[in-house]
Ligand binder design. Structure first.
Ligand code: AVI
Length: 331
């Protein structure tokens, strides 16, 4: 639909039809404008996210890295000393290294990072290259397609440890999270394990400063989405006429990130052939980051068919690593 309806952007960047579709649907819908959070991660957004992970106010990554470094050996033993470790999202490999080196002390390990971005997989493979006893087999695919491929190319009888770290599960709504885990469960075999990292509920003040840090890195991460639309879809957003907003929705236990228009304005998106109107104060909702209670995580996994094996909790920041096992082939 876009190829025929849309004019080519003036820049040399090729239009990603899925991005174009997400922006068109998100900006033209009646009521709250929304763009899904996965589009925050172009090259600039991914680099800004890496900076977020080391901000003093954003404890998520540090808490998880600490948990994994302390509990790696226990995790590996509790998941039957896996020889095949599959990860959803490749990140920089920093946290995964703890698990891989603990597993590789027992036997050679195949590590299969799955990411839609070939560049991210490349960086991950570079960061982890040279680890003894670890062979890396990246898969460039969506999570569910990648799991299917990673699970079917294993040796028969070889159990898999699947990693879904970083509280990425929190970027789904609660019902999306449950149905995603059910679909993951279906692609696994009885005897496989899932390690799920999730951020826990904490005070509003802590959460707001984690998602609206004083030096503005998260603001830049969020506002980059408008700059990306300008770059890739030939739009004329005046980024300075928008502000970053992090709201805490107590009832849903989630942070909601928005881009708020300072004034009434109109924006052209030439590659989509549309003009978008904003009233002063109107927002584009760009991300939700759900926060969980530790027991709730076990329940979500159980509802999707998994048995909860063990949970490790960082009490200082509030982060949980939960190990699940698929016990039966069918439900
Ligand atoms: C990737 N994801 C788990 C992060 C989070 O905390 O929801 C993304 C993020 N957004 C703003 N800061 C970090």
């Amino acid at each position: 639909m876009f190829a025929s309806a849309a004019a080519a952007p003036s820049s040399l960047v090729r239009v990603n039809p899925e991005f174009a579709e997400a922006v068109l649907n998100g900006l033209k819908q009646k009521g709250q404008k929304t763009i899904p959070p996965s589009w925050l991660y172009d090259e600039v957004g991914s680099a800004l996210f890496e900076v977020i992970t080391v901000l003093p106010e954003y404890g998520v990554t540090r808490a998880e890295a600490g948990l994994l470094s302390h509990a790696a050996e226990e995790i590996v033993r509790a998941s039957a000393r896996p020889a095949r470790i599959v990860e959803l999202g490749s990140g920089t490999g920093t946290k995964t290294r703890h698990i891989l080196s603990a597993a590789a002390r027992h036997q050679p390990v195949h590590y299969v990072p799955i990411d839609i971005s070939a560049a991210a997989l490349d960086n991950c493979a570079k960061a982890l290259s040279g680890m003894q006893n670890v062979e890396i087999e990246p898969i460039a695919a969506t999570y569910l397609e990648g799991i299917h491929e990673a699970m079917s190319s294993r040796k028969s009888g070889e159990p898999v440890l699947l990693l879904f770290l970083g509280s990425t599960i929190g970027n789904f709504t609660r019902s999306e999270a449950a149905s995603f885990l059910t679909r993951v469960w279906r692609r696994m075999r009885a005897g496989d394990f899932l390690l799920l990292g999730a951020d826990l509920v904490k005070s509003r003040e802590r959460l707001i400063s984690a998602y609206d840090d004083p030096i503005g890195v998260t603001a830049a991460f969020n506002l980059n989405l408008l700059a990306r639309i300008n770059r890739e879809l030939d739009a004329n957003f005046d980024v300075e006429q928008f502000t970053h907003q992090a709201r805490y929705n107590e009832r849903q236990s989630r942070i909601e990130m928005h881009l708020r228009s300072r004034v009434a304005q109109e924006v052209r998106v030439d590659a989509l052939g549309i003009t978008v109107k904003f009233v002063a104060g109107e927002t584009i909702w760009t991300e939700s980051s759900h926060k969980f209670r530790a027991e709730e995580i076990s329940r979500i996994g159980q509802r999707s068919g998994f048995a909860c094996v063990r949970q490790w909790v960082d009490g200082d920041w509030g982060f949980a690593e939960t190990l699940f096992r698929k016990t039966a082939a069918d439900r």
